[in-house]
Design a protein around this ligand. Structure first.
Ligand SMILES: [Mg+2]
Length: 163
């Protein structure tokens, strides 16, 4: 029997539309977090912001399709160190939107590379940081060609499962 392949799935920019959380903040909070003192925004530090975010287009259907193809799916996400409520908000988000796929299958870490040594493991992540690039060719960089969107990601894993 073929060994089940694992897919680790990032949250922000892959499952979760980060901007949709920013859009729901009141004007004062937006102003406060628009600049961390060095000219960079730090919206991920806003308490409760992760509970406001909407799914990315096609994401909910996308992971369900991957589960249907027989993949073993896990969340692999990083949460801001200085915003502990973000950690619990992320668990609540997954339980609310995708409990059927990720129930008790969630890893929150700043060291994603630790999972790269897993045999037959892939990572869908829009960024290379926090060890994502350690997955090498098994890093499916979401949002970049040829993995522009969930449709393209499903095509890739659909072909892979037929090999
Ligand atoms: Mg991301």
């Amino acid at each position: 029997m073929m060994k089940t392949k694992k897919i680790f799935v990032d949250m922000d920019g892959v499952l979760v539309n980060f901007q949709s959380g920013i859009d729901k903040l009141d004007a004062e909070t937006k102003r406060e977090y628009a600049d961390d003192g060095t000219g960079k925004s730090h919206f991920d530090d806003v308490p409760g912001i992760f509970s406001l975010m909407e799914p990315m287009p096609g994401a909910i259907e996308g992971v369900r399709a991957l589960k249907e193809l027989g993949y073993d799916l896990y969340i692999l996400s990083t949460a801001p160190w200085g915003n502990p409520s973000a950690w619990s908000d992320k668990v609540a988000w997954v339980a609310k939107h995708l409990d059927d796929v990720f129930h008790k299958k969630m890893i929150i870490t700043h060291c994603k590379g630790l999972l790269a040594a897993q045999e037959d493991a892939y990572l869908i992540d829009d960024r290379t940081g926090h060890g994502a690039s350690d997955f090498g060719e098994h890093h499916i960089q979401f949002g970049t060609a040829p993995y522009k969107d969930w449709g393209h990601v499903i095509n890739f894993f659909s072909e892979l499962s037929n090999r």
